[in-house]
Design a protein around this ligand. Structure first.
Ligand SMILES: [Zn+2]
Length: 286
């Protein structure tokens, strides 16, 4: 009798779990390289613990991993709107940094770029730019260009047309007040996009910039792993993706540490570092 009760309860429990798994958005997945704690000197600063600093769509880690094929489709479908690489016959590459600014990692990246006389492209989150205006002003002063990465970093394919436009326009206004220009470049949070969204966003008179070399640094990788991911995949015309800031638990120490070496190796191989706008031959201002 007792055995029977145990069997029935277990079956019921499994049934409830299966029902929940089927009807909730739960999905099983393997995420390698679980983030380790940030080392002391890179712990989040007080402003980075504020609600406005959070990514409204959740961490990069929980949202990324769309199929590469989809990006290819958008490039061929919208050749004048959607870009992921420059001409492949010139030894030029563009370093791009998403999700900044912050007061921990972004200044370290700016120091390295300045010391190596390299200009980069920063896709900024409006809410974070409001928290760290001086970091944005430093970017402009040191010759980098900034692009729009939305106001709050939502997953835009989950938004309607009005909400999408609001995210982009609000960020554009914040960046304009800090840089003096309206950016004509937009990068979608988590790289999440579809044809419908590309057409909506095009009405806001911005070009959409993706990438073709992903450092995968949002997985809190070591410097060695970040370096390998970039150097093994880079070629003429590459748009390289790294992050200038993350969520609280994300550790970008490895990504920052890798940057100096990446610049050194690529310079030695004869590559020139340019902004995305120069690489793609499109204006960065409206
Ligand atoms: Zn992002």
């Amino acid at each position: 009798m007792r055995k029977k009760i145990v069997v029935i309860s277990l079956t019921l429990l499994l049934g409830i779990m299966a029902f929940w798994a089927y009807y909730s958005n739960y999905e099983l997945r393997l995420v390698p390289n679980k983030p380790h704690l940030r080392p002391g000197e890179n712990t989040p600063a007080p402003k980075e613990l504020k609600k406005e600093f959070e990514l409204s769509g959740g961490s990069e880690r929980d949202n990324r991993g769309f199929p590469q094929r989809k990006i290819e489709d958008l490039v061929s479908k919208f050749p004048d709107l959607f870009y992921r690489q420059g001409a492949n016959d010139v030894k030029k590459v563009a370093l791009t940094f998403d999700d900044g600014p912050d007061s921990v990692y972004t200044p370290q990246i700016l120091d390295i770029l300045r010391d190596n006389n390299v200009k980069g492209t920063f896709f900024l989150i409006g809410n974070r730019a409001k928290l760290f205006p001086e970091v944005v002003q430093r970017m402009v002063k040191e010759g980098h260009i900034v692009g729009n990465h939305s106001m709050t970093h939502p997953n835009i394919i989950k938004l309607n047309k009005t909400q999408t436009a609001k995210e982009i326009k609000e960020c554009e206004d914040v960046l304009r007040s800090l840089t003096g220009y309206r950016t004509a470049l937009f990068r979608s949070p988590y790289g999440s996009l579809n044809s419908e969204k590309v057409q909506e966003i095009a009405q806001l008179k911005v070009k959409i910039i993706a990438w073709n070399v992903d450092s995968l640094d949002w997985k809190s990788l070591t410097a060695e792993q970040v370096k390998d991911n970039i150097l093994e995949n880079v070629r003429e015309g590459s748009v390289i993706l790294q992050h200038a800031s993350g969520s609280k638990e994300e550790n970008l120490t490895g990504s920052v540490a890798a940057l100096k070496d990446i610049i050194k190796v690529l310079k030695k191989e004869g590559y020139q570092f340019v902004t995305v706008s120069e690489l793609l031959k499109i204006p960065h201002k409206k």
